[in-house]
Write a new protein. Structure first.
Length: 447
């Protein structure tokens, strides 16, 4: 029976202060930084902890805004979320009170939709807002909803909210996605672990973060495995136990810092880097003429004296193990410095090339052909400018461009970047960058 009490709304996320980065570019970066835990793994692991009433402990959790929003969202539905020390979170979902994920949470972070599968599987009902997320396309969630319905859920959509219920228990099913969907795969995985019977998920996304989640579910006692490269199978269990888990390193952050070394003509070493998860990206850098050395968890990029040797090369994003769409924008900064014309094909999102207009305002020679195709001709010396960040990954790439540019840049919307990169300005300062982060509207001296 629906809870008779009116929905009591506690979640009031602290308004994120609008911030600016001021950067004086043109200085080679050098030194080493540690790669943080993966945002796109941590958010799903926190959601997966709802599948049990027992305590789960996560280490190497990045200190980023999206994790704080996920923690607040969980707390507001009654989940106990402790943050005993930096990069450590403990979750206990014993007495979830409210099965309501509000607009405020969803509008701030698309990954809030990851609560659909586990709440349905464990409690049999949830009201959840249609998520917002980055400005990189329509970002529908129809494939998530279709998967839940295939597992036996009844879901209605009214006024921006999904009203979902699973009378009795979810039932195992053969799930067929028309395209690869990372969070669609992950939502289905979480729901299937407590469903009655066998579930096959195909094509299952192959991103490393999906396998990190799968490993955690196995520690919880779930009978789940990747039976073929694009197939995950689950035998539902009645309950799962608490478990501890260390979040894997963030391959997107690693790739971002690799480009920083290349485009500033410096030498950057990354520690705790996921070399094995960056093969397609490293291949692009090597095709462009960047010297990259990968040794298990250490990556070295030597950009010194590279001005002449950088070569244009065509890139095309694809689901893993292809070139990550999240690394398309950092790669484009590199291509703006390469000799010749590079063709960029963004296959995953329909407007993830829009940000190139901002790169063009810094002097890059970019030509947007359509929503999925662009051309970049170089080398073009970038110059400082005032630019605006639209989404998380483009924001980090504008920082890269500003570090490579001659002169000072002002980057508006810096708060977008703190959603997904732990201490990004502090890490760049460690590498010798001249970067300062100020509240918008602050008059500052030049860095
Ligand atoms: C995940 O988003 C990541 N986010 C994204 O990273 C990443 O870019 C993306 O996977 C692709 O690798 C998190 O893990 C939190 P999809 P997700 O479902 O799962 C369409 C970042 O910056 N689609 O794999 O939402 C969709 O529009 C973010 O960290 C539907 O049509 O992406 C896209 O064209 C950005 N219906 C394609 O599928 C659906 O129901 C692939 O998207 C779901 C997706």
């Amino acid at each position: 029976m629906a809870d008779a009490r009116p929905f009591h709304w506690e979640f009031r996320p602290e308004p994120v202060a609008r911030e600016i980065f001021r950067i004086e570019g043109g200085r080679p970066l050098s030194g080493s930084v540690r790669v943080s835990g993966s945002k796109n793994a941590a958010l799903k692991l926190l959601a997966a902890a709802i599948l049990t009433g027992e305590r789960c402990r996560f280490s190497n959790v990045p200190e980023i805004e999206d994790v704080r929003v996920m923690a607040e969202t969980l707390r507001d539905i009654g989940v106990v979320v402790d943050h005993p020390e930096k990069n450590i979170y403990e979750v206990a979902s014993g007495d979830v009170e409210w099965l309501f994920v509000p607009l405020e949470a969803a509008a701030k972070m698309r990954a809030s939709f990851m609560l659909l599968g586990p709440l349905l599987a464990r409690f049999g009902r949830v009201i959840i807002s249609n998520p917002g997320g980055d400005r990189i396309g329509r970002r529908p969630v129809n494939l998530h909803v279709d998967a839940m319905r295939a597992l036996g859920a009844e879901i209605e959509y009214r006024n921006g909210y999904y009203f979902a219920r699973a009378p009795g228990r979810l039932r195992g099913a053969e799930l067929r996605f028309p395209i690869v969907t990372v969070m669609g795969t992950e939502n289905a995985m979480l729901a299937a672990t407590l469903a009655d019977g066998h579930t096959v998920i195909r094509p299952a996304a192959q991103e490393p973060e999906v396998d990190d989640l799968l490993g955690f579910l196995q520690k919880m006692g779930a009978e789940i495995e990747r039976t073929y490269p694009d197939t995950i199978e689950v035998e539902g269990r009645k309950r799962l136990r608490g478990a501890d888990h260390r979040v894997l390193s963030d391959r997107i952050e690693a790739g971002t810092f690799m480009i920083a070394g290349a485009v500033t003509g410096g030498r950057v070493t990354l520690e705790e880097a996921p070399c094995d998860h960056l093969e397609a990206f490293v291949e692009v850098l090597q095709r462009a003429g960047v010297e990259v050395a990968c040794d298990h968890t250490i990556i070295e990029v030597d950009g010194r004296g590279m001005d002449e040797s950088l070569r244009a090369c065509d890139i095309e994003t694809a689901p893993y193990p292809g070139l990550a769409t999240d690394l398309q924008s950092p790669a484009c900064v590199l291509l703006s410095q390469a000799r010749g014309t590079s063709r960029v094909h963004e296959t995953v999102f329909e407007d993830r090339l829009e940000w190139l207009a901002e790169l063009g305002r810094m002097g890059a020679n970019v030509r947007l052909i359509d929503d999925h195709h662009a051309e970049i001709t170089g080398p073009r010396r970038l110059h400082g400018a005032e630019v605006e960040i639209g989404d998380l990954r483009a924001g980090a790439s504008l920082i890269l461009a500003a570090l490579a540019a001659k002169g000072t840049s002002t980057i508006l919307g810096a708060h977008h970047v703190h959603r997904g990169y732990e201490n990004i300005d502090g890490k760049f300062l460690e590498l010798g960058a001249r970067i300062e982060r100020v509240a918008e509207g602050t008059v500052t001296t030049s860095p």
